[in-house]
Design a protein around this ligand. Sequence first.
Ligand code: FES
Ligand SMILES: [Fe+2]
Length: 384
Amino acid sequence: MEPTYYNETLRHALQLVQNKTTDMAESVLTVPLDYYRNTELRSRERELMMTTPLPLVYSAQIRKPNDYIVRRMFGKSVLIVRGEDGKARVFENYCRHRGASPAEGCGNKQLFVCPYHSWSYDSSGRLANIPGRDGFESVDPGSYGLVELPSEERGGFVWAVLTPDLEIDVARFLGPQIDADLSAWNYQKGDFVESREFVADVNWKAAVENFAETYHFQTVHGQSIPGQIQVPNTSTHAVFGPHHFMTFPKKSITELADVPETNWDHDVGLTTVYWIYPTTILVNPPGVAQIIEVLPLFDGDQDQTLIRSSFVGYNKAENEEHTQMFKMAIDIIWEAVFDEDRPVLSLIGNAVRNSSQDHVVVGRNEIGVQHMVKTISDKLNYRL
Ligand code: FES
Ligand SMILES: [Fe+2]
């Protein structure tokens, strides 16, 4: 089931396509290249990311008790695990003895045994065993569980704030509209299918902007799915707090002009794209949903960004044929979108490092990019 206000958005998108125009910002925005290349911004950016709720995994990825996944987020190793009580929890993946990482990869485990001296932790983060207990007689195991991070399972995702002891309130963070949308999309019902990733030599802010405009569809994706099915350089744009909701109309949207609104099939008309500030993009193509995480590595002198795309089917795969169909859909999206965007992201990264121009220009038609730049620069107290 899609969110309820879609007909209104669809009507607006249809008008844009019929009038050969797009939602526009008020004026052209110039952005100093310094906004992308200034390494002094990194610590403030990292602080923002470490104090903001982030959707780490689909609930479906750790559906059963003791299912777990380890993720590296801005340098920090994080364990996401469902306890025997069914509750998803998020921990810093650092042993309380001398700091090795008890968990690795993903799977299903009752006990996480640290690879250094074999302290073990259960799936609720409690310290279960200290080998050679005599050496640690004054250590109370009850006080040496894994460090828990604030987390909440909501809208089909496990969210966390990556700093202990902060509050988390995902509904307040998303606002009522996007919060309701996530429930309506039914992510929690889906079957997890696949996660893919690559590292690009580009600043994360430039990378996330790539998912906020269709202006590049004709040139970059002209021969593949986005260029073939989407109307280039056309989008709707609505702001919800720091986040935004965009729709990218499909060429087939004009077929809806003659269909009564009560019979509109949104998949015929639109692809929907949410930006969940600061690093997450949610896309809803037919059949599979996609979360794109744009994660700066904050490592080394050169900007590098991990772009991870995780797909989930809205419905359970009933049989092998369904699974194969999901995989085919994912292959098509991956080849069309990411294999084509990747080289362009490197070009942009190179310009940020080496160009002597002092600013870039973001058009009125690139309204989603403008919103990202304005929102992020504002949060960083950075004057454009
Ligand atoms: S560091 Fe984990 S058991 Fe020693
Ligand atoms: Fe693209």
